[in-house]
Design a protein around this ligand. Sequence first.
Ligand code: COA
Length: 374
Amino acid sequence: MYTPAITGTGVYTPDQIVTNDELVAAFNAHAEKFNARHADAIAAGEIEAKQPSSTEFIVSASGIHQRYVLDKTGVLDPEVMHPHLPERGNDEPSLMAEMALDACAKALERAGRRAEEVDLVICAASNHERPYPAIAVEIQQLLGAGGFAFDMNVACSSATFGMQAAADMIRTGSVRRALVVNPEICSGHLEWRDRDCHFIFGDVCTAAVLERADEAKGAHFVIRSTRCATQFSNNIRNNNGFLRRTREGHMADRRDMLFVQEGRKVFKEVLPLVSRHIAEHMADEGIEAAELKRLWLHQANKAMNDFIGRKVMGRVPEAHEQPNILQDYANTSSAGSIIAFSKYSDDMAPGDTGLICSFGAGYSVGSVLVERAG
Ligand code: COA
């Protein structure tokens, strides 16, 4: 058995930012137009008028100040309210692969590795541009990596579940070096016209190089253990599968064909699930709360992270012990905890222990316990 380690990470950040103020202005203009267009039906009580959104609510309910997106013009056009992401031809790289190349190049550089030295690519994300051929195989080919590649989807937990899969394969020797890449185009599956969630998501791509610890070329994080768990829930759901066409014969403008959540229920049900999951993972590894130097949590909601941090550490964690990036990136699904890890881990000392944890639809929760080395 070999010991797996994370030897490099990379983050691709789109260059377009949407601030809360810009977003709220677009949403409110859309709501006004909608209400004017449906004035008669609203007056007759047939449909509900749209209420305005506000920057104050977004910040207090979520902690989000801005988000990065691939295209802000469509998102901010009250007549459009979704990103303009033209379909790519079969002879062009897919959008997800393009984002992945940037994040993978950065991760490989930090690991001191070349793409040809990689023999596994896992593209783990909450939505994929197409069912097949796998985006991961396209990334493998564009990078010039060897071995094999596959896609996986465990919603917001995709990155940690992908790391567990890669770490297990490295442990047993079936692969030597893996790239786990998480291109998340959340702007594509967000309903920007729904006040309850229009502020939640942003776009990003993260990548991590995993390889045998004894082959690491520089400072790295040994993966002490991983743990994944799932429990079925409809409280975060997207029905946009291929059967929609056989059901309806056309692409209907149905609300359930994009991200839908019962935010309050998610809050209530996921918090105990995640706190228990982390406590049990740490107990099984003999790690006391006082030994945990850092928590890189899924980035969906600041209040949620504050709660989990307090529960896990047994006190209010210092900001540097539980770094948040959601104020800048919003919820980037599976990539969130990896952005936090990538940006806030270099300062850790050899022997320091930390835990990456993601959670979300499924429900799903995945944790990766790491120790700084080298
Ligand atoms: N602007 C202004 N007011 C808004 C609003 C908006 N954009 N959206 C909702 N409100 C109002 C609601 O109408 C409600 O008003 P009421 O009390 O008069 O009915 C009030 O604000 C509270 O709404 P609620 O939906 O209960 O907000 P919340 O405090 O639960 O925050 C979320 C909403 C989505 C930020 C929060 O529930 C959350 O983050 N949940 C977990 C999400 C999560 O982790 N999901 C995983 C996805 S991967």
